[in-house]
Design a protein around this ligand. Structure first.
Ligand code: NAP
Length: 282
């Protein structure tokens, strides 16, 4: 029996991991229960729980706010995974650390492989890259799993926002010049559970749902699946939605490294979205 520990257990990914794992086998630590920036608390939590596998689902994820809160973003996204990795190096146990497409510059035209050159353009991206490097340095057996465009909630996320706006607005404008890999959080959680019990080699992997889409494509598919007219959504360039942190134009991640490890292949994002909305309707 694998003993799991999930940090950031109250977040979007943490919540879905807890739904998949048998509660008898998991120590779930919300932010209130463990602040991953607190070295003594991290070490005592790991020493007490003695997990076989820790999934670090805790992160500073406010991409725009991070531009003005660099120290906070680096504390959670760099120091946090480093402390977890150092503690696991002392006590034993595997670390699955979750990272992001924002470590890349976002100007590619082919899906990013894990060893593609990095070049984050935002504080969030730089802090997540620093976290990957810190975790791997402290615990070379660590697994870093980059993902992108995660939806499913709880908490604000693009798909739920579109469902809400479908009810309240006749027409919408959504950007069509950012391309990524929409990923249902449930599929990501299941992928991490599979990885945690696999014999996959350590290092950096990518997991996203298959295929690619613009935000406009994703929004239109949400409308279609809820029985609304997708043409109510008009495509616009990102320049119409200036943000403090620039969004990558290209966030498509290749999952070849994932399937090469004999891990279950991701389904297409359209199939995952349909399953996600069906789950909601129940
Ligand atoms: N969402 C996406 O589209 C996306 C895309 C690519 C990668 N990722 C990565 O996927 C992972 C999971 O993201 P998510 O969508 O589940 O994010 P999320 O919903 O924001 O969850 C992050 C959790 O971490 C907690 N947290 C923040 N600071 C903490 C600290 N110092 N100690 C312990 N917990 C802390 C947060 O608590 P509070 O809410 O109380 O602050 C929250 O519960 C992250 O590593 C993220 O970088 C996400």
């Amino acid at each position: 029996m694998t003993r799991w520990c999930v940090t950031g257990a109250g977040g979007q990914l943490g919540t879905h991991l807890l739904e998949l794992l048998d509660s008898a086998d998991v120590v779930a630590l919300t932010r209130a229960e463990l602040d991953i920036t607190d070295a003594a608390a991290v070490d005592s939590a790991i020493a007490d729980a003695r997990p076989d596998v820790v999934v670090n689902a805790a992160a500073y994820t406010a991409v725009d706010a991070a531009e003005e809160a660099e120290a906070d973003a680096f504390a959670v996204n760099e120091t946090g995974p480093r402390l977890l990795a150092e503690s696991l190096a002392r006590h034993g146990g595997r670390l699955l650390h979750v990272s992001t497409d924002y470590v890349f510059a976002g100007d590619a035209t082919e899906p990013y492989e894990p060893d593609a050159p990095v070049g984050p353009k935002t504080v969030y991206g730089r802090s997540k890259l620093a976290g990957e490097q810190a975790a791997l340095a402290a615990l070379p057996a660590c697994h870093v799993v980059r993902t992108a465009w995660v939806y499913g909630g709880p908490g604000p996320n693009f798909v739920d926002t579109m469902i809400g706006l479908e009810q309240s607005r006749d027409t919408l404008t959504v950007v069509d010049d950012q391309i990524g890999s929409p990923t249902w959080v449930r599929d990501l959680a299941a992928a991490l559970v599979a990885l945690g019990t696999s014999s996959a080699a350590p290092g950096v992997l990518h997991f996203v749902n298959a295929g690619q889409a613009s935000w406009c494509d994703l929004a239109r598919e949400v409308f279609r699946l809820v029985g609304a007219d997708p043409e109510r959504i008009q495509p616009v360039p990102s320049s119409q939605f200036p943000r403090p942190a620039p969004r990558p134009a290209w966030s498509v991640l290749s999952t070849t490294s994932w399937t090469n490890q004999d891990l279950p292949p991701p389904r297409h994002w359209r199939a995952a979205l349909e399953a996600a909305l069906a789950t909601k309707a129940r």
